[in-house]
Design a protein around this ligand. Structure first.
Ligand code: EPU
Length: 418
């Protein structure tokens, strides 16, 4: 079994250009199916979830090749509408193939998606929206069978601004007759990136980044080129690592405003933060101050995906910080592992109370989900002594060569067999 051996205590100094965004590239790969053209998708991170998406595209008949950091998808030969169960279970975003495959072929056979266990993750909003567009979807156990004689545009009001449901409906709407309005849509930057990709293909999509996305369907979709947005959550994670370990780090590639809720926390905690148009610099002496309550919320609020890395940074701090997790009901599984490193954190329901301690100490810990795993690395970098982190499959789903990135900044991390 692979593990990361992390020797804590080194400051992190230098700069890095952050990887392409996992949560952008996955919907974009699904979208590449919609037309019959060739999509050149640049700045694709080398991640397990990306490999799984490529495997799904190939299974459906696409020709996919890698050219440097670009994936080139030729969707003309698509000849199937089913996604194998093992690939569906690899990740949550496999559910986006439902909208894309239905839109492209008129039928889809999938099963419920996998992904991090963060509490119940229903897909009712995806299904209701697709049904409102005229799809018939039958669920048998964990299997989903969808078919349509032709999707039609409609007005959909999402009960909650779900990222995945917004994306799924945007994909299907490109192949629906008439206009679709998605209200209470998610406003995350990754939705805007998907819109840009769809427009490059020839789709007529407007409003991404606001609460209403409007798609006029059935425009011809052809060849396109697109560069994937940089990953604001990976950026937040590396800033958290520098905040926790101490250092001077510049993260390049991410617009400051996409990170402002996270950098606001680090400023309040005593770090010096400055920004350029697409870069953020953070200087930290290592031990932070507790900050006012952190409530996770849909964009532009504090991102749930940054909760664990930021909590890990605040574990060694003066004072107390309260976290309220409002997006997922069970996103504190990293807390037990942080306690092994000496953190003093109590949770009750959606609330976690972090009483800062003067010192963390190295320990053997296990990542139980992607961002929680990243949080463990952050804490281990700030701890005295050596930590051993297992469960790397989770971390590798979302971070491209995380130990290489951190070692280049001065961290001591080795990936090894246990
Ligand atoms: N929800 C429903 N019904 C639905 C869909 C969602 O009730 O049909 C609920 C969920 O249970 C949750 C809330 O709505 O409580 C928000 O879920 P959302 O659909 O927005 O999340 P997602 O699309 O499943 C994406 C990211 C997550 C990120 C969330 C929130 C991808 C591939 N995943 O998930 O990323 O945490 O949005 O921002 O884009 C990660 O990268 O580690 C990760 C988990």
């Amino acid at each position: 079994m692979e593990c990361l051996q992390v020797r804590g205590g080194s400051r992190l100094e230098g700069s890095l250009t952050v990887q392409g965004a996992k949560n952008s590239v996955l919907p974009i790969l699904a979208a590449s199916l919609l037309g019959e053209g060739v999509s050149v998708i640049r700045n694709c991170p080398a991640l397990r979830d990306v490999a799984a998406s490529v495997a799904i595209l190939r299974h459906l008949g696409c020709r996919v090749r890698q050219e440097g950091d670009a994936l080139v998808v030729d969707a003309s030969p698509v000849d199937r509408c089913d996604v194998p169960e093992d690939l569906m279970r690899e990740m949550r975003s496999s559910v986006l193939f439902l909208g894309a495959v239905l839109g492209r072929t008129g039928c889809a056979e999938l099963c419920l998606p996998g992904g991090c266990e963060l509490g119940p993750r229903p897909i009712d909003l995806h299904l209701k929206g697709l049904e409102a567009m005229g799809a018939e979807i039958r669920q048998e156990g964990s299997h989903l069978y969808g078919c349509t004689k032709g999707l039609r545009g409609c007005d959909v009001q999402l009960a909650t601004p779900s990222v995945g449901a917004t994306e799924n409906l945007m994909l299907a709407a490109c192949r629906a007759r008439g206009t679709t309005q998605i209200r209470n849509a998610a406003r995350e930057p990754e939705i805007v990136d998907l819109q840009q990709f769809l427009r490059a293909m020839g789709a007529d999509v407007r409003g991404a980044g606001t609460g209403t996305v409007v798609v006029r369907g059935m425009t011809p979709l052809g060849d396109c080129e697109h560069t994937v947005l940089c990953d604001r959550i990976a950026a937040a994670t590396y800033l958290a690592a520098a905040a926790a370990a101490g250092g001077d780090l510049e993260v390049r590639g991410v617009a400051y405003r996409q990170l402002s809720t996270v950098t606001g926390v680090f400023s309040e905690a005593g770090c010096r933060v400055s920004s350029g148009e697409t870069s953020v610099r953070l200087r930290s002496e290592g031990r932070l101050r507790g900050v006012g309550p952190i409530h996770t919320a849909p964009y532009p609020g504090f991102p749930t995906d940054a909760q664990a890395p930021v909590m890990a940074a605040l574990a060694r701090s003066y004072g107390t910080t309260v976290f309220v997790e409002n997006i997922f009901s069970s996103r504190y599984r990293h807390v037990r592992e942080l306690r092994r490193l000496g953190a003093d954190i109590r949770t009750e329901g959606r609330v976690a109370v972090v009483r800062g301690v003067p010192r963390l100490r190295g320990a053997a810990v296990r990542a139980t989900d992607l961002r929680g795993g990243a949080g463990l690395i952050v804490a281990a970098l700030a701890a005295h002594g050596e930590s051993e982190i297992t469960g790397l499959d989770h971390i590798d789903r979302g971070y491209e060569h995380i130990e290489g990135v951190l070692c280049a900044l001065g961290a001591e991390i080795v990936r090894t067999e246990r």
